[in-house]
Design a binder for this molecule. Structure first.
Ligand SMILES: Cc1cc2nc3c(=O)[nH]c(=O)nc-3n(C[C@H](O)[C@H](O)[C@H](O)COP(=O)(O)O)c2cc1C
Length: 181
């Protein structure tokens, strides 16, 4: 199985760090799983214009195709102005409407404080559900105080939420695969 993580930040590294930790927790639990992290700051994904995918640049085509080749996914976003980032929303706009059918699509959010932790439920989850993703009950929200100066997660509760999410994702995806057999 292939698991792809996406980090929707173009400047910081907290979101990619947490998404990477989720990928590693799953890889540790099941080493047969191939993992890949797409950090959107490494790609020039073009704004959606409504044309077919082949009209866009190579980065855009590669990112969309890598996401579509995944068996399951974890989407990470910093909270920007009480919502997800524009760069992540733009990426979702590139996806066909059944892009995540029978795929677990997990959520990771980072924020300056805990003021906007419900953005995960109210802004990110409806998009994943619309694209037919199976969204786990658990998610991981991390605020800036949960990191130390080396950008490592110092809050052990966050680490345990990462482990729980990894477990739930594996359980759900394996059940979905069985259902397809
Ligand atoms: C333009 C901008 C808007 C932001 N808006 C919010 C916000 O509304 N609520 C919040 O809790 N944090 C907000 N933040 C803080 C980021 O969500 C937070 O620092 C996050 O950890 C950054 O993640 P990154 O290191 O992956 O970029 C904002 C940051 C920026 C740059």
């Amino acid at each position: 199985m292939k698991l792809v993580g996406i980090s929707g930040s173009l400047i910081g590294s907290k979101t990619s760090k947490v998404v990477y930790e989720v990928l590693m927790a799953i890889k540790t639990a099941d080493p047969t799983i191939n993992i890949e992290l797409i950090d959107l700051k490494d790609y020039e994904v073009e704004f959606v214009k409504g044309t077919p995918l082949s009209y866009y640049n190579e980065d855009t085509i590669n990112v969309v195709n890598t996401i579509q080749s995944a068996d399951f996914l974890v989407f990470g976003t910093p909270i920007y102005q009480a919502s997800i980032t524009g760069v992540l929303k733009n990426l979702f706009d590139h996806m066909p409407i059944d892009a995540f059918k029978s795929k677990v699509t997990a959520m990771v959010t980072t924020g300056g404080t805990d003021k906007h932790f419900l953005v995960t439920e109210y802004h990110l989850k409806p998009i994943l559900s619309y694209l037919k993703g199976v969204v786990p009950v658990g998610n991981v929200f991390v605020q800036n105080d949960d990191f130390n100066e080396e950008n490592e997660i110092k809050n052990t509760e966050v680490s345990s939420r990462i482990q729980k999410l990894a477990k739930e994702m594996l359980l759900l995806q394996k059940a979905l695969n069985k259902d397809q057999e």
